[in-house]
Design a binder for this molecule. Structure first.
Ligand code: HEM
Length: 261
């Protein structure tokens, strides 16, 4: 009997290659499925690094958090680059198999939602629907403060004037833009030499938020390229819905304080 090579058995490569089942004969559908799988796995890789960063922040370990955030950022750049490969498909190739998706849509991805939750985007309606019948991974995540909550808690422990409501709110509640938090970042950026660790953390967080927005805006461009003005398979009106989401910013005060610097 031939032995399965260790490379195959270690990471279950044989099972991995059994997961792609195009439903049509259309050229492009296999690549579409492969890229969807790659992105799902990379969502998880980023979430894992953000989780590591959050744990480090709980321990006041800013260098450890920044290391994990820089790893997350590298993976996020790969996620953005994945759209390049998807754009190799022409619109007629996409139309040839789009019908087999039925109502499948990325909006149903629990791995993507976990990533948004770790970052801190936890709109009330979404939280309620997850609490009702969401994926167990998402329910676990909602029991933890977000990465941004953890950063603000650390700054509060270090004596910055973070409002107590921001630190003591339940994790299911989303952080909302607060001018007093803006004041904290302003102080840090006015005197980076006095607050080198907090400044370094802010830069690392902003890069993660920036890369996230890059992913969203490139997704929107791909959607315009593939759908024009068509509705999405998930029930939205497509590009306009995604355009509105593109307005959202993670770690909001890290963007808004700049106006006052
Ligand atoms: C031809 C390629 C694609 C098109 C035309 C497309 C289209 C859309 C549209 C129209 C939406 C809005 C919701 C809806 O009505 O469906 C959406 C949402 C979404 N798509 Fe895609 N998509 C594509 C590829 C992908 C891929 C490869 C992924 C990653 C696995 C992905 C992940 C997502 C996610 C996570 C959302 C939800 C965004 C949010 O909730 O903010 N999409 N997509």
């Amino acid at each position: 009997m031939t032995r399965t090579p260790e490379y195959v058995s270690y990471a279950h490569m044989d099972k991995l290659h059994e997961l792609q089942h195009p439903r049509s004969d259309a050229r492009g559908e296999l690549n579409f499925i492969l890229l969807s799988h790659v992105k799902e796995l990379l969502f998880r890789a980023v979430t894992d690094d953000l989780d590591t960063a959050r744990e480090a922040l709980h321990r006041d370990d800013v260098p450890g958090a920044c290391l994990a955030l820089s790893r997350a950022t590298r993976t996020q750049r790969v996620l953005v680059a994945c759209w390049e490969s998807m754009n190799g498909m022409s619109v007629d190739e996409f139309v040839a198999f789009r019908h087999v998706l039925n109502d499948a849509s990325g909006v149903q991805s629990f791995a993507y939602r976990a990533l948004e939750f770790v970052m801190g985007n936890r709109p009330r309606q979404m939280v309620e629907s997850v609490q009702e019948d969401g994926h167990p991974l998402l329910r676990t995540e909602l029991g933890k403060p977000s990465l941004y909550d953890a950063a603000l808690a650390l700054l509060a422990r270090w004596g910055f004037a973070v409002p107590v409501e921001c630190v003591e709110k339940p994790p299911t509640e989303q952080h909302e833009l607060d001018a007093r938090v803006e004041d904290v970042w302003l102080e840090i950026y006015r005197h980076p030499d006095h607050h080198p660790q907090a400044h370094r953390l802010a830069e690392s967080l902003l890069e993660v938020a920036y890369q996230f927005s890059c992913w969203r805006s490139t997704h929107l461009l791909v959607v315009e390229r593939m759908l024009g003005g068509k509705n999405g398979t998930g029930g939205s009106d497509g590009a306009p819905w995604l355009r509105a989401i593109n307005e959202h910013r993670f770690f909001p005060e890290l963007w808004t304080f700049r106006t006052r610097l």
